[in-house]
Design a protein around this ligand. Structure first.
Ligand code: GLN
Length: 453
């Protein structure tokens, strides 16, 4: 049924880069056979899923939305993908994304835009716009994402779906094409809080293949979603992430959701995180710095695109690298590589990267103080609803500013959820409500989220 739905709507939505119809059907038949034999299976066995194209998958391409990896079929599965397969979830295909996960609109994909199912002239969010769009257009009940600065939560917000960035280290990064290793975190996308919890449980857990993976029990997110009771919980509204700069309709739906939590017995307090003012500046130094280093692996020698410079009969290795990186990377990727190499160059390191790391510490301290006053923090997920294609492509700063509410969680390594708060009055488009919790308290997101559904 999901493949039929894709056949019917994905010509217009363009959420998939690769549809794996045959292998999904044969995986589903295998599960049917095992079930018929009375085998005890995982409760998600047979439920199909779409995978963001940043995760390595055997037997199907992994492009990361880039020409650099066009046609590359990885020799191994990401740990997340192995876990999906082990639990019996058939993989429907790979979803579109901003190139190397850099962006908030999926317009930076080398393979064309994905449309927002609510309005095909608008963006589905990014970088994981393909994953949010498959879920919102009912092409898949579940999808995976990665969130380095909001790429699960913001797409969920603008497509009226649910997305969670787990605690840093809660889900293995093994087999994710790295963007910024100290910020990257994989997580679940779905249409309800409970579906998201069930997928979270499959994806999460310690992995010796990832040195930053946390060796501790996964918080019981499914039980937390079942609980759905916020009586006596302290909810902190982050002053710096509300009001000015947020679209009125987004703010209204946010205020109503907070009132709903009060009605359900929660106590609401206002908290202040003054260092958030510097979060965007710190993020857009740390991310390009780490990305410029991570993307050095695309050297046209080991894998990926290889082209020679025009008109050179016997090019040097350096000329091949330069020509391949010039042809293989898009403008946004080049912009960030240049920013990152500049920030890391000797003589500038302390002024830029070093200062950004200090700001990162202050942001973590702000969160620690706020979590002394509240069990969870809340804000709108994104300042606006989905914008139109092209509205921000010529103004990278405007695109970056849209990440104001999502990036503090990545800088501090804490978990966050976005879920729908309703439709904004001025445009009738979905608005997102964000919940943040202390590290390893991912379960709180699900209790509060389920109470709001
Ligand atoms: N919008 C953010 C950026 O462009 C999101 C990145 C991400 O989470 N992958 O960096």
């Amino acid at each position: 049924a999901h493949l039929d739905r894709t056949e019917a709507v994905d010509g217009a939505v363009h959420a998939y880069l690769h549809v794996a119809g045959e292998s999904a059907l044969s995986a589903a038949r295998e599960i049917d056979g095992r079930r018929a034999k009375g085998e005890s299976l995982h409760r998600l066995a047979g439920v199909p899923i779409a995978v963001k194209d940043v995760m390595t998958t055997t037997g199907m391409p992994t492009t990361c939305g880039s020409k650099m990896l066009q046609g590359w079929v990885p020799p191994y599965d990401a740990t997340v993908v192995s876990r999906l397969k082990a639990a019996g979830l058939p993989i429907l295909g790979k979803t579109n994304m901003d190139e190397f996960a850099m962006g908030s609109s999926t317009e930076h994909s080398a393979y064309g835009n994905t449309a927002n199912p609510w309005d095909l002239d608008r963006i589905p969010g990014g970088s994981g716009g393909g994953s949010s769009a498959v879920v919102a257009s009912f092409q898949a009940p579940l999808a995976t994402g990665t969130d380095t600065g909001g790429s699960i939560r913001q797409p969920a917000a603008v497509t009226g779906s649910v997305g969670v960035k787990p605690t840093y280290g809660g889900v293995s990064r093994y087999g994710l094409v790295a963007l910024a290793s100290s910020l990257d975190q994989a997580g679940p996308c779905a249409r309800t809080v409970m579906d998201t919890a069930l997928l979270h449980e499959v994806m999460a857990g310690h992995d010796p293949m990832d040195s930053t993976s946390i060796d501790a029990p996964v918080p019981d997110v499914v039980a937390a979603a079942e609980r759905a009771d916020v009586a006596g919980m302290r909810i902190g509204v982050v002053r710096e992430l509300t009001g000015e700069g947020f679209q009125p309709g987004v703010q209204t739906r946010f205020d109503e959701a907070v009132q709903h939590l009060v009605d359900a017995g929660a106590e609401v307090v206002e908290v202040s995180c003054p260092s958030f003012e510097y979060a965007l500046a710190a993020y857009y130094l740390i991310l390009p710095s780490e990305a410029s280093s991570n993307l050095a692996r695309f050297d046209a020698m080991r894998y990926g695109l290889r082209v020679g410079p025009d008109g050179v009969a016997a090019p040097s290795a350096e000329q091949v690298m330069a020509a391949s990186r010039d042809a293989g990377f898009g403008d946004e990727v080049k912009r960030r590589i240049i920013l990152g190499t500049y920030a890391l160059s000797s003589g500038y390191y302390d002024a830029y990267y070093g200062s950004a790391q200090k700001v990162r510490r202050l942001i973590a301290d702000d969160f620690a103080a706020a979590f002394g006053q509240a069990d969870v923090l809340v804000s709108p997920t994104a300042p606006t609803t989905a914008f139109r294609f092209g509205e921000k492509t010529d103004d990278p700063m405007a695109m970056y500013r849209g990440d104001i509410a999502t990036i503090p969680a990545n800088l501090a390594g804490i978990p966050g959820m976005s879920l729908p708060s309703g439709l904004a009055d001025e445009d009738g488009l979905p608005a997102g409500f964000q919940i943040l919790a202390p590290a390893m308290a991912d379960d709180r997101l699900y209790t509060v989220g389920a109470a709001l559904e």
